[in-house]
Design a protein around this ligand. Structure first.
Ligand SMILES: [Zn+2]
Length: 157
């Protein structure tokens, strides 16, 4: 079910890409080279077997969303998301856009903050080099007098 839905969504994205004939300078230059690595087919430009996504904010954001927010993708971090995207798509500045997208993802930023808080709470005890380097003193009292004394002092080395 999920796979079928993703495929349908991918078809829609391809249709959107086909409708958009704008080509960035890098892409035009790559096409002109005619070196077999870049070619155009049915209104889609392929660069090294990846689909070139024209400079359209809506299409690119849709693709970024698909490769980040869907349940089966599960908010990958920057490098993983980039690898995932590059299996199918490419555009100039893709890496920068991925970084920006993650920075703008509420859930990812929230996780980051929680993670930082967690590490902040931990105060692991240091391994001491010898005796008397760390001493704790607890003074308990005043207590009811017993043999003329009313205070307990606990010293831990
Ligand atoms: Zn996220």
């Amino acid at each position: 079910m999920i796979g079928r839905k993703t495929m349908a969504e991918e078809c829609n994205i391809i249709k959107e890409i086909q409708k958009n004939s704008t080509r960035e300078k890098e892409v035009v230059q790559a096409l002109e080279k005619q070196n077999g690595l870049t070619w155009e087919e049915d209104g889609v430009v392929y660069i090294e077997r990846r689909i070139y996504v024209p400079n359209n904010k809506r299409i690119r954001e849709e693709i970024l969303k698909e490769n980040h927010n869907l349940v089966d993708v599960g908010h990958p971090e920057q490098q993983k998301m980039l690898e995932l995207l590059k299996r199918t798509y490419w555009w100039p500045g893709l890496k920068k856009d991925v970084k920006k997208y993650i920075q703008g993802c509420f859930k990812c930023q929230q996780n980051k903050v929680q993670h930082q808080r967690k590490t902040g709470e931990l105060h692991p005890l240091e391994i001491l080099q010898g005796p008397w380097q760390e001493i704790s003193i607890n003074i308990i009292g005043p207590l009811p007098k017993l043999n003329g004394m009313d205070t307990i002092v606990v010293i831990v080395d």
